[in-house]
Design a protein around this ligand. Structure first.
Ligand SMILES: [Zn+2]
Length: 231
C-alpha cells in the first residue's frame, strides 16, 4: 500500500534536474521516466479524490499510461529506468484494480481519510451477537439455527425440501439487503464528492458503517450458499 503524502512535493528530475511534483510518472520537462511517484492511487491517474468516477476515462488513462511505462520500451535503457518501468507497471495495475471496483475504491478512499475499516477492525467471529446489525438480530438467529439443521441433515444424508426452500428464501432476502446497501453507498458518494469538510466527515462515518453491514451480509450469503451446495 502506498504512503499518503502531500501531492505537491517537489523533486528534481534525475535526468534534467528541473523540479516537478512527485506525482508524475514522467518528467514534464524532459519526458524521462521518473522513480515511482509517492502519491495515492487517484493522483497516479491525475484524478482528484472522488467516489463517483468516470470509469471509461479511467480505463482509457490506464491503457495510455500502461503503454507509456511498458517494460518493452525500456529494454535498452539504464538499470534504473528499467526498474522504474516495472515498478510503475505494477503500481498502475494495483491502482486501476482498486479504483475501478466500487467497493474497493470506497474502502481505499476511506482508508486514505484515516478510517479504520475492514476485517481486522470488525472482529473475525460474526456469530458474536454484538456484531449482528440490530435490525437483523432475530433473522440471523433463526438463520443460524436453520443452517445448523441443514448441516446435520447433510451429515445424516437426509433431504429436507422445506428447510432447503426456507434457506433459499433467506438467501434471496439477504441478497436484496446487500443491494440496498450498494444503493445507499452511492448516495453517500454524492454527499462526499459534493460536500464540504463537515458533510464529508458525516458521509465517511456512514460509509464505514455501510461497508461493515455489507461485509456482514455477504458473509451470511456465502454461508448459506456453501451450506446449500454441500452434499
Ligand atoms: Zn527531466
Amino acid at each position: 500500500m502506498l504512503k499518503v503524502i502531500d501531492s505537491a512535493v517537489p523533486v528534481a528530475c534525475w535526468s534534467c534536474s528541473v523540479a516537478h511534483n512527485d506525482v508524475t510518472l514522467f518528467c514534464p520537462h524532459c519526458s524521462k521516466i521518473q522513480p515511482p511517484p509517492g502519491g495515492d492511487y487517484f493522483s497516479v491517474f491525475g484524478l482528484e479524490e472522488r467516489l463517483d468516477l468516470d470509469l471509461a476515462a479511467l480505463e482509457h488513462e490506464f491503457h495510455r499510461l500502461s503503454r507509456k511505462v511498458h517494460p518493452d520500451r525500456f529494454a535498452r535503457s539504464g538499470d534504473n529506468e528499467r526498474q522504474w518501468s516495472l515498478a510503475d507497471t505494477a503500481l498502475l495495475n494495483d491502482a486501476y484494480r482498486t479504483l475501478k471496483d466500487p467497493l474497493h475504491r470506497t474502502e481505499y478512499l476511506l482508508k486514505l481519510r484515516g478510517a479504520e475499516i475492514g476485517e481486522e477492525h470488525s472482529g473475525k467471529d460474526r456469530k458474536d451477537p454484538s456484531r449482528v446489525p440490530a435490525d437483523l438480530l432475530e433473522e440471523v438467529f433463526e438463520l443460524n439455527m436453520q443452517l445448523e439443521e441443514m448441516r446435520t441433515a447433510h451429515k445424516m444424508g437426509e433431504e429436507d425440501p422445506d428447510l432447503q426452500a426456507s434457506l433459499e428464501q433467506a438467501k434471496r432476502k439477504f441478497d436484496g439487503l446487500e443491494q440496498e446497501v450498494d444503493q445507499d453507498l452511492r448516495k453517500q458518494w454524492q454527499l462526499w464528492d459534493n460536500g464540504d469538510a463537515a458533510a464529508r466527515k458525516a458521509a465517511e462515518k456512514t460509509m464505514v458503517a455501510l461497508l461493515d453491514r455489507r461485509r456482514y451480509l455477504s458473509n451470511l450469503v456465502r454461508d448459506v450458499t456453501e451450506t446449500l451446495g454441500a452434499e
